[in-house]
Design a protein around this ligand. Structure first.
Ligand code: GAL
Ligand code: CA
Length: 345
């Protein structure tokens, strides 16, 4: 009896302490906060394999955190269908409806200033993610933040996957034995920070390791699997088994390339090494089945957590406190990790 009572008391005091620390107000001792927290999230579009994982993780994590913090964190997820105008209207709607924080995956990352200005006027904290505004725009207001992965790092790790494979068994990569590695490259959207930096740093990493590369072709497939598929099919026609590596700025395009290789009925041991970035479940499956050399985990679960955690912090405490390693008071960098069949063991 006494023990039970102590436990209940402990429970109550933890609940009320949480209330104090999170500044959620409790009505009549009930656990429900009097003020619901509303976070508006707008994604550049829905038809993007990686983004759909971020969206799912944001919704799941908001539920978990609501439970942990005894707060109701309502997340409203919208998609802008690739239209800046639509996204701008969505932000206006969030502001008009009194949202507590707004999270934006910019359609056009060069247009961040307009969004910053809207949120600054309304004094609603703003968290950009995945599509990074130019630095200048990030410093227009002290309540705007950015959550994302370091693009340079993802490119370097992708390059390392090829360097590792080459060092382990040269002939596994340089299949025609001419001392050079012939490659094709599928790039993401041309204005995206990830496209520019991943392309540059994966090549740089391989070059710096002393391996000689020879570019056969390089085109954009706009992050899309279907475009990656048709580009790769064209290159297979043109270069056949001369292609030794397929560098893909993301996994979705890599999946398209792998499908093209399967369709062309090229024997597995004659196929090029395909490498991607993101670590979406479909790519992990191809690695398991030996159709893909590796990927770089672009941790969408951690990114989603950082988006919600930082929004929550600013709403409840006026600043970000729970995020480890906030860079320049603005940037929350989520580290990338290498993923190959070694990780499956
Ligand atoms: C990248 C990701 C791509 C695509 C893009 C959208 O970080 O690797 O797959 O989702 O973001 O902005
Ligand atoms: Ca070669």
């Amino acid at each position: 009896m006494g023990r039970w009572y102590n436990k209940i008391l402990l429970g109550i005091s933890i609940i009320s302490m949480t209330g104090v620390f999170t500044s959620c107000e409790f009505k009549n001792q009930s656990i429900k906060p009097t003020k619901d927290m509303k976070i508006g999230v707008t994604f550049y579009k829905q038809d993007d394999m990686f983004i759909s994982n971020v969206a799912k993780s944001v919704e799941e994590y908001a539920k978990t955190k609501s439970f942990d913090e005894n707060c109701e964190i309502n997340v409203n997820v919208l998609y802008a269908n690739g239209s800046s105008l639509e996204q701008s209207n969505q932000v206006d709607k969030f502001i008009k409806q009194g949202y507590d924080a707004i999270c934006v995956n910019m359609v056009d990352r060069t247009e961040a200033a307009v969004i910053v200005e809207k949120c600054r006027k309304a004094d609603i904290p703003l968290i950009f993610f995945n599509r990074e505004p130019v630095e200048e725009d990030m410093y227009l207001w002290n309540k705007s933040y950015y959550v994302g992965g370091l693009a340079k790092q993802s490119g370097e790790i992708q390059g390392e996957i090829i360097v590792d494979a080459y060092k382990k068994d040269k002939s596994y990569v340089d299949k025609n034995g001419d001392g050079k590695v012939q490659y094709v490259m599928l790039e993401g959207e041309q204005e995206h920070q990830d496209t520019l930096l991943r392309t540059e740093y994966c090549i740089k990493t391989v070059n710096e390791s002393g391996i000689e590369l020879q570019k056969l072709a390089d085109e954009t497939a706009n992050w899309q699997s279907s475009q990656g598929n048709s580009k790769m099919a064209k290159w297979i026609n043109e270069y056949g088994t001369d292609i030794e590596v397929v560098f893909c700025n993301n996994d979705a395009m890599a999946l398209g390339a792998i499908a093209a290789l399967k369709d062309a009925k090229i024997e597995k041991n004659k196929r090029p090494l395909v490498v991607g970035i993101d670590g979406i479940p479909e790519a992990i499956k191809e690695i398991e089945e030996g159709n893909m050399e590796g990927t770089v985990i672009n941790n969408y679960v951690k990114q989603a957590q950082a988006i919600i955690d930082s929004a929550y912090d600013i709403i409840t405490r006026g600043s970000i406190t729970s995020i480890y390693g906030l860079r320049s008071g603005k940037y929350i960098d989520i580290p990338h990790e290498k993923f190959t069949k070694e990780n499956l063991k």
